[in-house]
Write a protein that binds this ligand. Structure first.
Ligand code: ZN
Length: 322
């Protein structure tokens, strides 16, 4: 057996280094807000977000998703570069995040759930009903569309609220937007003792989305109509969710919508093909990691940012980009 020569080994090491070199990081945010009630840890405070942007401005090359996509197509991924994304379309993205992005001249993609535009999110309302009820209903029996949910209260079981929330979360996730509204209408009277819902965050209005779409730094992408996990619904539903949301956002912004993010980060083997056929060019998952030259543009990994000050954020980011 012939052993590889020094030059061959050197070339192989260089190739391995190039393969290992971390490409762009796509940062994921939900809300820029301070809230005492943040059960899903979606909030980064305005102060911390401002410090994080300062770190990005000074230390990395800011990129848009479109630029990342272009470099992937050319087979090269720029190192020490970062793109910013927001999921869901909360009103604080418009009111608090974008003004700070403009100050630092940083671009971002905002993925919007079109069913919720100008309204409220089911997860906040469900959580509020269950957590603030003086007493939970004895039984819940919901049958909507093809989905059903049954739950019985256990006597003196401290885990009742947690199990109910978990069950309702799984049930709501699978409903299309119109059925989510029917389910909420059926649930509200059962939770008459709940405190009126004042802990939610509203979604951006169509006018606000149009304004962001016209801003050079902001790209509007789809986060589907109903926020259903695409990997758990039929191919037809996936296609419908991606097509209808794209159409709605293009009507609002007057611009082509080419990017999307997967609700709950859940994909199926069909998702990239469906998205490509509908005219999307890039899709973001919730898989943790940085982009590499072998990344599938329809299954890009992301890094979710916590409510950290600038110093902690810089340390965390260094680990991913070194
Ligand atoms: Zn989402």
């Amino acid at each position: 057996m012939k052993l590889p020569g020094r030059r061959t080994l050197f070339r192989a090491a260089g190739w391995a280094r190039a393969m290992m070199r971390p490409g762009p990081a796509i940062l994921g945010y939900h809300r820029i807000a301070t809230s005492e009630w943040d059960p899903q840890h979606l909030c980064v405070s305005k102060e911390n977000f401002a410090q994080q942007l300062e770190v990005l401005r000074k230390n990395v090359r800011p990129l848009s998703l479109r630029q990342i996509n272009r470099s992937l197509a050319e087979g090269r991924v720029p190192a020490r570069s970062v793109a910013i994304t927001f999921d869901d379309g909360y009103i604080d993205t418009y009111e608090d995040a974008v003004p700070l992005l403009k100050q630092q001249e940083l671009s971002a993609t905002v993925f919007v759930i079109t069913g919720t535009i100008g309204g409220c999110y089911w997860w906040y309302e469900v959580q509020n009903l269950v957590e603030t009820a003086n007493e939970l209903p004895e039984r819940i029996d919901l049958s909507i569309g093809g989905e059903s949910f049954r739950w019985t209260r256990h006597a003196r079981d401290a885990r009742n609220r947690r199990s109910l929330l978990k069950g309702l979360g799984g049930f709501f996730q699978l409903l299309p937007f119109s059925d989510q509204q029917i389910a909420l209408d059926e649930l509200r009277p059962l939770f008459a003792s709940s405190t009126k819902n004042n802990r939610t965050s509203r979604a951006m209005s169509a006018e606000q989305i149009a304004e962001l779409g016209a801003c050079e730094l902001i790209d509007i992408g789809s986060h589907t109509v109903s926020h259903q996990p695409l990997g758990r619904v039929s191919t037809e539903q996936q296609s419908d969710e991606l097509m209808q949301s794209k159409k709605a956002l293009e009507e609002i912004t007057g611009q082509p919508v080419r990017s999307f993010s997967y609700p709950h980060g859940i994909t199926s083997a069909d998702s990239p093909r469906i998205a490509r056929e509908l005219g999307y060019t890039v899709g973001c998952t919730s898989r943790e990691g940085v982009v590499s030259s072998s990344s599938n543009p329809y299954l890009l990994p992301r890094l979710w940012v916590g409510n950290w000050d600038g110093e902690r954020f810089a340390k965390w980011l260094r680990l991913w980009l070194r």
